[in-house]
Write a protein that binds this ligand. Sequence first.
Ligand code: SF4
Length: 349
Amino acid sequence: MKHINRKEKIKSLFANEPSFRLKQIETALFSTDIKNWNDISTLPESMRQILTKEVPFISLKVEKIHDNKNKDTYKAIIEVDSGDKVETVLMLNPRGYWTVCVSSQIGCAMKCGFCATGKMGLIRNLESDEIVDQYRIWQEFLSENKDLPQFISNVVYMGMGEPMANYVNVRDSVNSILEHTEIGKTHITVSTVGILPRLEQLLEDDKWPHIRLAISLHSADKQTRKEIVPTSYDDFLPKLSDWCKRYLQKFGNNRHHLTFEYVMLKDVNDTPHHAKLLAKFSTAIGNVRVNLIPYNFTDCGFSCSTPETIKAFNEELENHDVTVMIRKTQGEDIAAACGQLIKKNESKK
Ligand code: SF4
């Protein structure tokens, strides 16, 4: 069954209604007191009846929610209307609030060598309502679990899929979350392998909200990067560097930097030579931060760098005045960590 975008469907159903009615509907979707269309008491009865008949109140069905042993990470397996599955994760962040990690596609076409999702190939893009509803699922989950902290402070687009390959839906979903929640622009991060035409587009796009961007760099050596991220090409790195400089010139400030994500793969991208190249690449750009990500085991044939290697890599970057942090891994035991989504689960069936 083909998914019809909720916003578009509602617009077409109520084309003759004043625009504030559509706003009322959108706002209601983010209220945990409202469980179905009939609960929107500010809407006329006739509109509620049409909505109930024509539009699902939520576009996704939760199949199962897993929790990890520390109770700081939850992973939901959700079903879209075609029956395909995606995953979304809720993680407790160091501030004691929650970060929601959303998927933007079912599967992914980028085929990054270390990533379980990449092995699936791309099934389809998620519509903006299907992305927003991952946030709503967690909002509802927390409201039903009052013993847990209640506040979602961050949203990251780091689940299944390459967000920039689904640009319009990602942009619309971010704008919707910004409009209807207390989450601000610096608390939403979109992660991308760096699809340059889309990165160029957002520089000129008035509708693109200036949230944080994280580029999955994984190597500043062109050959190594091509091996890990097959969508990379010979002059990708200089072109990315040029784009980063223009982005920072236009939007950079103390609160707005770029992040390079760097997954630490044993004997692949973790040598002192790779650290030096990354330091050179980063410092030439300016206001960038590097996140070193210890690799989570999947069946993709890579393993994580040793803690000593990660520490040495981190030190090398710091010695070159690069702002760097080592990301704490969370949710590994329920395959909710970076690069693990869906595949491990499937292999258990
Ligand atoms: S790492 Fe991200 S972009 Fe690469 S294959 Fe996996 S989901 Fe796609």
